[in-house]
Each structure stands twice: as structure tokens, then as C-alpha cells.
Design a protein around this ligand. Structure first.
Ligand code: FAD
Length: 389
């Protein structure tokens, strides 16, 4: 049994704490804020790839669906073009999406969208092993940028729609990888889901299950840095408290908060990939423009994101109508992933396994990136690597 300290009780910290406590380790979670959840406090947060969370729940107790009301988001997305055209895409239905595009933009548009989704399918098959953190993955994703793929579409109104898979997440389609077509592919293939009571309920269930498995939570404890002695991690130093000893530290806060000597270590993804530049934008709450306003005239709140294109061709704005009101967020950099936007962004995130024995990175700032499924996956990569007690 190892003494494990998890720094941060956001999604990554909670998933890590649960899996490691279930593995039989002695887990302490140290969180700077007064409660758990981190960014999960903001909005309904529809997510793809529910299998990642299902897997964690199944391995650690009752299945996800028995604990939480996980519901499909239907329609999956609503596009509102600058000319007022509305396109409402059903959830997890390639044929439904094809019909929707044909009806809204003219016959043949659906087949063009199908080609985009097929491109996403090829990209996912190439990238999947790398995203999952498999050692030795050697992906050859389609080359070029998302703009290249968009420009190949004969129907001009499909182009901003495809490009918004970059712009709505703060990336530039002219530099974002063509492989971003995985996003519409994942939406249509595995569906878009949310938690009916809000994703903060997910945080609450993870925290209580981790506590049942023996994890201890301490709130209001900001950690200044991990302590490294004799070349390996030996604990963490809280900002205003005594050091906490540990054999293993899972740093589930932003890697950019690590002191330069540790952050500058060349990290490796399971031995293969080198750490990228330190310029990866941190998805801190300060970067996010999330506003809740009373939503006039909303009769049926839904987690369906409305992606609206302004007349001036600027970035798309994402809104959700929830029971609490209208949640609006403006292309927050780094919220969902790939915000760094470069073709090689996926290869450059700080790796989950660091060169310092005992120190691991999980969460939106580390591989494979931000967004609920990827963050949960980062925790799975880390906890699989640490293994059972
Ligand atoms: C407005 C908004 C909308 C979003 N919409 C979606 C969506 O629709 N779909 C989707 O999949 N994802 C969405 N996301 C992204 C998703 O919520 C995040 O990627 C994910 O929750 C990040 O989890 P995390 O654990 O990596 O980070 P965080 O949630 O940021 O957790 C980090 C935790 O570490 C703590 N911490 C930080 N520094 C320290 C320290 N020094 N010591 C101790 N503790 C520390 C913080 O207080 C925090 O609790 C959205 C995010 C936001 C903000």
C-alpha cells in the first residue's frame, strides 16, 4: 500500500482518488478550494465517450447509471447560422444528421457531412491508442488543417459549421489539425450525454464513493509544490501548513503551477513522447467566460448547445438553456481540448508519467487534454500506471 496524495479535487483528482483508494492505497486528497468539483460547477457540460466514466464506476462499485441520471442530450447540437438558418442535429444518429443537413442546406449536404464524419472515423482510429496512453502508439492522423477539410466541402455553409469545432474551443481552424473531425465523429457515434442533475452531481458521487473506499479529503489546503528528495517525490508542501509525506503524488491541478524545476523536466508519455513547450494554455477558471442569465421564454430547458455564428464572421458563441437560466460561454481557451490548436498539440501536452519517480500528472492541463472524457481518461492512465496496492 502506497501513501498517495492527490492534489486537487476536480474531476481528475476525484477519479484518481476513487480508483487508487479502490486499489487499496492510502489516499489523501488536498484541495485548495472549500469543496470538490472544480470546473464541474459550470453549466450542464454535455460530454462524449461516456464509456470512460462507465468503466471507472463499473470497476469501483455500482454502475454509473445506477448512481446518476445520465441522459442523452437530444438534439445533440443546434447550429444557428448568421443568415438565421437553424440546423438541429439529433443525437447519435448519422442518418438523422444526414437528413437534417439535406433539409436545411439542400440535397447532397448530408452526404458531404457524412464525408466529414468518415474523416473523423479515420482520424480516431489513428489517434485512439495515443489518446488512451498506450505505449508505443505510432499514429499517422490525416495531415493538414481543419480549414483544409472545410475548404474541400462544396456547400459553403457547411464550412463555418465544421470550423466551429475549432473556433468554439478557442482554436484557429487555419492551424487546428484536420483530425479535429473526430469531434463530430464522436458526437454522432457515441452520442452526447449529460447528468440530469448537473455535472456537479457527478463530482459529489465520485467524492462520496472515494471516501467510502477510504480516501480522506482536506479542503482549503493549497499546495505550493511537490517535495522531491533523493530524485523521487516524498510528499507535498502546503502553502501554509506542515509538509505531507507521500510515496506517490498525483498532481491533478494545472501542471503550470508546478515549480519551474519540476515543470521544466522533460516528461515522457509512457516512454515515447517528449514533453512539449510550457506554453499550453491552462484551463483555469479565470480564463472562462461563463455567464448564467435568466433565459426569457425558455419553456423546455435542455443541455443542447446552441452554437451561434455572428454576422461579422467572428468566433461562434455557445449557449445552453438550463433550469437555472441561460449559460453562455465564449470560446474559452483550453476548456474542451485542442485549444493550443496546432497539428501537434496532442503530442505536446505534459505527459501523465513524469521523469520524477512517484510524481504523476492528471487533468485538463496534461495528456490527453481538457473536457470530461479526456480528463477522466488522464486519471485512468495515471491510476493504471500506479496499479494496485
Ligand atoms: C464553463 C465551462 C464549460 C465547460 N463545458 C464543458 C462541456 O460542455 N463538456 C466537457 O466535456 N467539458 C466541459 N468543460 C471542461 C471540463 O469541465 C474540464 O475539462 C474538467 O472539469 C477539468 O477537470 P480537472 O480536474 O482537470 O480541473 P479542475 O476542474 O480545474 O480541477 C482542479 C482542482 O485543483 C484545485 N487546485 C488548483 N490548484 C491547487 C493547488 N495548488 N493545491 C490544491 N488544489 C488546487 C482547484 O481548486 C480545482 O478544484 C467546461 C468547463 C468550463 C469551465
Amino acid at each position: 500500500m502506497a501513501r498517495v496524495v492527490v492534489v486537487g479535487a476536480g474531476l481528475a483528482g476525484l477519479c484518481s482518488a476513487l480508483a487508487l483508494a479502490d486499489f487499496g492505497h492510502d489516499v489523501t486528497v488536498l484541495e485548495a478550494a472549500g469543496t470538490h468539483g472544480g470546473q464541474l460547477a459550470h453549466g450542464p457540460q454535455p460530454f462524449t465517450l461516456p464509456a470512460v466514466l462507465r468503466d471507472l464506476f463499473r470497476k469501483t462499485g455500482r454502475p454509473l447509471e445506477k448512481e446518476l441520471d445520465v441522459v442523452p442530450v437530444d438534439p445533440a447540437v443546434r447550429w444557428v447560422l448568421a443568415d438565421g438558418t437553424e440546423i438541429t442535429v439529433p443525437n447519435a444518429s448519422p442518418s438523422g444528421a444526414r437528413r437534417t443537413f439535406d433539409d436545411a442546406l439542400g440535397r447532397g449536404s448530408g452526404a458531404q457531412w457524412d464525408a466529414v464524419v468518415a474523416h473523423g472515423d479515420r482520424s480516431w482510429r489513428e489517434l485512439r491508442a495515443l489518446v488512451m496512453g498506450h505505449a508505443g502508439a505510432k499514429p499517422s492522423p490525416p495531415s493538414g488543417t481543419l480549414r483544409d477539410v472545410a475548404a474541400s466541402l462544396p456547400e459553403p455553409r457547411l464550412r463555418p459549421i465544421l470550423e466551429s469545432y475549432a473556433t468554439r474551443y478557442g482554436a484557429d481552424p487555419a492551424t487546428a489539425p484536420a483530425a479535429l473531425t473526430v469531434l463530430p465523429y464522436l458526437e454522432q457515434t457515441f452520442g452526447v450525454w449529460t447528468v440530469a442533475d448537473g455535472v456537479s452531481a457527478l463530482a459529489a458521487v465520485l467524492a462520496s464513493r472515494a471516501a467510502e473506499r477510504g480516501a480522506t479529503f482536506r479542503y482549503g489546503v493549497p499546495i505550493a509544490r511537490p517535495i522531491v528528495d533523493g530524485g523521487r517525490v516524498t510528499g507535498v508542501q502546503p502553502a501554509d501548513d506542515d509538509a505531507v509525506a507521500a510515496d506517490v503524488v498525483v498532481w491533478a491541478a494545472q501542471p503550470s503551477l508546478l515549480p519551474p524545476d519540476l515543470a521544466a523536466d522533460p516528461l515522457r508519455l509512457l516512454g515515447r513522447l517528449r514533453r512539449g513547450p510550457a506554453s499550453i494554455p491552462p484551463a483555469t477558471l479565470g480564463d472562462v467566460d461563463a455567464v448564467v442569465t435568466p433565459a426569457a421564454g425558455v419553456t423546455e430547458p435542455s443541455a443542447t448547445p446552441s452554437v451561434r455564428f455572428p454576422d461579422d464572421g467572428g468566433p461562434a458563441v455557445v449557449t445552453y438553456d438550463t433550469p437555472e437560466g441561460r449559460v453562455r460561454h465564449l470560446t474559452p481557451p483550453g476548456v474542451h481540448g485542442v485549444a493550443a490548436g496546432r497539428v501537434t498539440a496532442l503530442f505536446r501536452r505534459p505527459a501523465n508519467v513524469t521523469r520524477t519517480p512517484g510524481l504523476y500528472l492528471a487533468g485538463s492541463g496534461a495528456h490527453p487534454g481538457p473536457g470530461i472524457p479526456l480528463v477522466a481518461l488522464s486519471a485512468a492512465i495515471v491510476t493504471d500506471h500506479i496499479g494496485r496496492a
